[in-house]
Write a protein that binds this ligand. Sequence first.
Ligand code: FAD
Length: 385
Amino acid sequence: MLNDFHDTSVAFAYKTDADLKKSYWLFKLLSSPALVRMGGKLAPLSIKAGLGSFIKKTIYRQFVGGETVEDCIPVLEMLYRYRIGSILDYSVEGKESEDDFERCLNESLKNIEFASGREEIPFCVFKVTGLAPLSLLEKVSAGKALNSTESAQWSKVKSRVKALCKKAYECKVPLLIDAEESWIQQAIDDLAIEYMIEFNKETAIIYNTYQLYRHDRLEFFKKQNETCKQHGAKLGAKLVRGAYMEKERKRAEELGYPSPIQPDKASTDRDYNLALEYGVQDPNVFLVAGTHNEESTLLLCRLMEQNAIPNDDKRFWFSQLFGMSDHISFNLAKNGYNVVKYLPYGPVKDVLPYLIRRAQENTSVKGQTGRELELIIKELKRRKK
Ligand SMILES: Cc1cc2nc3c(=O)[nH]c(=O)nc-3n(C[C@H](O)[C@H](O)[C@H](O)COP(=O)(O)OP(=O)(O)OC[C@H]3O[C@@H](n4cnc5c(N)ncnc54)[C@H](O)[C@@H]3O)c2cc1C
């Protein structure tokens, strides 16, 4: 069994010395919270000021596969040489018009067709906010009555989501539904359970995402599994800790309702690991562990071994984001586990919100950057020797 992820020669085998040095400088810059804060504010302006190509050569290159699916092909093929699959993630965010939603739907349908029969793309993914207005998702989530225009809009949203799920089923490509902010999540969860029940009868095709930084999600995850079972369906579950903690806490405080987030990191970790344990023990659950946390990843390896589950059992996938935690992805893949990386793509200006989130996530002292930098330095030193 895998005991740690410290073999940097495996982790960075695909990077040339020059690539590694570029990553070193990028993570070095990201380690400055002040710089990241300023960058986050200035990024949209910098595109207007013609600095798009600078962003493209630096942070974009680290975290994004390219502008189009075709651009991503060399990256995707490189990852697959190491037994790592890719999830093409059309990361264009913040769009609100019906035309944008239709464009996003068509792009996602095209991606599912493209993934069909290709082992190097074992999953597809989408965000419901790419297909629906935020205000509508919020209203549906709050259980408020919709007027006739909104009802018509909601029918359209449902038919878009259903079209994707149906295409995934026909093409036999498992489809992940990302989790988002708590105030729109109920609508997403309702859509997810409806289509899991419809399309997951033989195996898991539709996967909902459970954010264990919410204090109610462990129970909710189990409840959705019970509902699936009652309908003779498998539960597809992507387990994550959750990406919107600060925003969630701030909104709860401003609007004066109890925060949906766990009181501390230890509680999030506890529920995440309990969710893994629950998922391993119930054969009805198909898991994607979306995490860069070494302990949780090793825990899942250990649980699989204790339950005599082969490393490459297709019920279990480990998933990290492109440009992050290669030491986890590449060492897992080398040991025969199923690994898949989110490979975002889109024009520079449209993937900015995604890049800003990655920069912020990588900046805190407790966050990723310290670890990424440490590993890159270790590998650079090893190569020098
Ligand atoms: C493949 C993949 C897919 C993902 N998909 C989604 C998605 O659909 N939706 C989504 O929201 N996120 C998603 N994420 C992001 C994810 O939720 C986390 O933000 C990110 O992975 C960091 O968590 P971690 O488990 O990797 O590791 P860690 O670094 O161990 O955990 C950091 C996380 O712990 C939680 N946390 C930190 N401090 C506290 C605290 N004081 N109190 C309570 N909790 C705390 C937060 O969630 C924080 O992000 C995805 C991540 C991956 C790798």
